[in-house]
Design a binder for this molecule. Sequence first.
Ligand SMILES: Nc1nc2c(ncn2[C@@H]2O[C@H](COP(=O)(O)OP(=O)(O)O)[C@@H](O)[C@H]2O)c(=O)[nH]1
Ligand SMILES: [Mg+2]
Length: 446
Amino acid sequence: MAETIAAIATSPGEGGIAIVRISGERSQEVLSRIFRRPGKAPEAFPDHRLCYGHVMEDAECIDEAMAVLMLAPATYTREDVAEIQVHGGFAVASRVLKLCLKHGCRLAEPGEFTRRAFLNGRIDLSQAEAVMQLISARGEQARRAAVSQLEGGTSAFIREASDALYAIQAGIAAAIDYPEEISEEEAASDLSPRMLALAQKLEAACDERAVRILRNGLTVALCGRPNVGKSSLLNALLGEERAIVTSLPGTTRDLVEGEISPEGCLIRLIDTAGMRETDDPVETVGVTRARRAAMEADLVLLVLDVSSPLTEEDRVLLTELSDCPLAVVLNKSDLAPAFREDTLPKGFPILTLSAHSPETLSVLRDFLVSRAKVSDRLAITQGRHLDAARRAAAALRDAERTLRETSLDLCTLDLDRAQAALAEITGDNVEETLLDRVFSEFCVGK
Ligand SMILES: Nc1nc2c(ncn2[C@@H]2O[C@H](COP(=O)(O)OP(=O)(O)O)[C@@H](O)[C@H]2O)c(=O)[nH]1
Ligand SMILES: [Mg+2]
């Protein structure tokens, strides 16, 4: 951390401005060497104030720019930080970065600014990860969850669990140290329910589906036999002609994807090849892909054409897909119906609409939103945390069993394991390798 690091903090490509960020002890010195303010001495740079000037390499002007020096500790990394705002575009920003490197900065690794914020104690590990989650958030719902984690939502939940665990560990230690005052039975009858309650609380916070939806959105596969209107429905939901629609069966042969975000909930729609027996080799691959998409989806919409009688293919699909999270869409409601809704098997939602009448789509949109919404009060919103919390809960259950069946002494090992798993989430005493893994997923400049 003794090194001063630099990176382009804005995304590559053309934009209004690009920001080159520097962090470390030499930030002020580097800034004063490369940034000139008209009529001002280079060393008299004010703290936390945006200044106008020019980025200079010797006598050459690289760009007209704004710069700010922020002295520690009130900075992102808690080190001295300098940021130079230049005109957006790769040529200018990379030239300024090169200039910083020439003056002794080292190119920052992915996530290194945030890693320093963590190592300097400004945020814990789950908050550091929230930064990246926030950057990659697609949709309002994912943004809200990331901000809540950044504000310490996950940390508070985990620290509370960790405190409860410390209290249990203290109870065990007291029983071991004072066997004449606290019998093993007394200790077990007091502590065993507390271990189970804590395990349960952690397990309840582990909502795998919610975590997946926050990360990827709700994945919805549009399935059905050919010509029922799957592609028309995709296009109608997207509001654009994404997939090819014709009256010929077998038009869609590959997966066609699109995204919508009604009410801030990201929904990934996947249109598939109509499922049928076919000799066409291309279509066969398409049908295999369609099946896989259905198996992997969070929700399968089985589209039926209400204007023609149910076919054997429809019935087979109804059975075949009944193991998936399924809803049936009765499409082409603008035409005269050829069968009645109550003749369908029971056990899944049925939505009637027409891909040709946009005003009928709101039922489907509302239904998708209801499936894509996750609780506002999720304590755990990331896969890594979910895995660690599950391990902590499992270790607590082991400890409880050991306490009942074996001995006080041995259960301390399980409790230590539980505590270590919780510490992985907040990043207390974690190993370098874990940090490397977490921060390698960051972008450079953050
Ligand atoms: N009348 C009517 N025709 C529709 C509707 N949806 C689709 N179609 C027609 O049905 C045919 C097949 O549509 P398509 O979207 O390609 O079906 P897919 O094979 O399931 O993807 C096309 O001629 C569409 O115009 C609808 O809601 N009402
Ligand atoms: Mg199609």
